[in-house]
Design a protein around this ligand. Sequence first.
Ligand code: FAD
Ligand code: UDP
Length: 394
Amino acid sequence: MTIDALIVGAGFSGSVIARLLAENTKAKILVIDSRDHIGGNCYDYVNQYGIRVSKYGAHLFHTKRQDVWDFISSYGTWEPWEHKVLAKIYPRDGCDESVHVPVPVCIQTIQQLYDPSIETEEDMRRWLAEETKNVINSGPFKNSMESAVARFGCRIYNDFFRNYTWKQWNKYPDNLDSSVLERIPLRYDRDDRYFTDPIQMLPSCGYTQVFDQLLDHPQIEIKLSTDYFLERHCFNGVQFTVFTGPIDGYFASYGLDRLEYRSLHFEDFNINVEQNDAVVQPASVVNEPSMRVPYTRTVEFKQFLNQRSPYSTLVREYSSSFGEPYYPVPNDQNLKLYSKYQQLAVKETGKERRNVQFLGRLANYKYLNMDQAIGNALDHWQQWKTEGFLKEMV
Ligand code: FAD
Ligand code: UDP
C-alpha cells in the first residue's frame, strides 16, 4: 500500500501514535518493528506451563495521570494489582543467613534489619535523622550516591543500593545521575507497596492483547521482523515518520560516538511445585542487592494476578553491556553526547517539513515508565495538532 505515515517501533510510544493517527486522520499507517512481535519491551505470552511471562522483564502499570489511564484502559481488560518487592539482605558479613525485607525502605524494613523498636512515623524520622546526621550535603546533588546517602544514610545505601546499582549499571551510584536513585522512594510509614500511584493495574489477559487492540484498525498495517536501518531506503518518500528506536542508530552515519545502554539477559527455570497455588519465593520480585550472586533480581511470574499452575516459572535478570539496548545510562558524559544527537534530531525534524519525530525511551534516551511513554505520546499528539502540521493527513 502507499503509506502516509511510518511508525518505527511497535512499543507503547509507536503504537499509541499509530492509533491516534488512525482515529483522527485519513492516513494510511505502516508500523514496523525489527522484532517478530508487537508490544516492544512490554511483550508477554503464556508459556507451556500456562503462566503468563513477560519476555523482557516484569511490567507493572502505575500512573498518576488520569488522561493516560482513560486512554489505555479502553484497550484490553485491566484489573487492580499492587506490586510488592522484597530485598534479600545478608545482615552479617561472612554469614549465609539472609532476611527478606520490603523495598522501598519503610518501617518494617528498619524493624527487621536494624532496630526492632521503630514503630511510628516519628520513630522513623528520628532514626533516619540519626543515620544521616553526619551528611553535610543537602543538595543540589551531583550524583546518585550523594542523593541516596543524604536521604538514607550510609548503612542503607551500602546494604541496598551500592552493589545492586553496580550490578545493574556497571557503575557505582557516584557515577550516575542523581535521578537513578531518586526513583526509589523512602517511606516513613508502613506502606510497603513498590508504587503509591493512585492507579495501579495489570492487564488481565496480558499486555500483548492491549497492543493487539491498539493496533487493530483498518488504516494500520503491521510489518514485523523489519529493521528500519536495513530498509530505510524503501521509506524515503513517506510524508511523516515517527521513530522510536535508538537515536544514535538513526544518526549512525554522522560519526558521533555511540550512546551507552544497558542490556539484560534473562535466565528462566521452571519448577514443579505440584499444587496450582504453590509458589517458590516470598514475593513476585526478590531483589538481590548483595554481590553474592551476579543477578539483580528474580521474578516469579505466577504470582502476578495469582495465576494457577502446578509449575512455577522464575526468571533471573542479569544486566550486561551487550545485547539489545534497554536502559539509557544517565551520567554527565552520556547526557552531553545525547544533547548532540538531540541537535541533529531538531534539524531532522525541520521547522517547516516536520516530517520525522523522535519519541520514546530509546529515541529520547530517557528512562520512561510505561505511563510516561504513553503520556509523552499523548502530549506530542496534542502539540502536533495545535501546531497544525498534520493537516495534510486529516
Ligand atoms: P520500547 O518498548 O522499547 O519499543 C521500541 C520498539 O522499537 C521495540 O519494539 C524495538 O524492537 C523497536 N525498534 C528499535 N529499533 C528499531 C529499528 N531499527 N527498526 C525497527 N524497529 C526498531 N515500565 C513501567 O511502567 N513499569 C514497569 O514495571 C516496567 N518494568 C520494566 C522492566 C524492564 C526490564 C524494562 C527494560 C523496562 C521496564 N519498564 C517498565 C519500561 C517500559 O518497558 C517502557 O516504558 C516502554 O517499553 C517504553 O515504550 P517505547 O515504545 O518507548 O519503547
Ligand atoms: N535499586 C537498587 N536497589 C534496589 C532497587 C533498585 O540499588 O533494591 C536502584 C538501581 O540502581 C536501579 C534503580 O534503583 O537501577 C531503579 O530501580 P527500579 O526498580 O525502579 O528499576 P527498574 O525496575 O526499571 O529496573
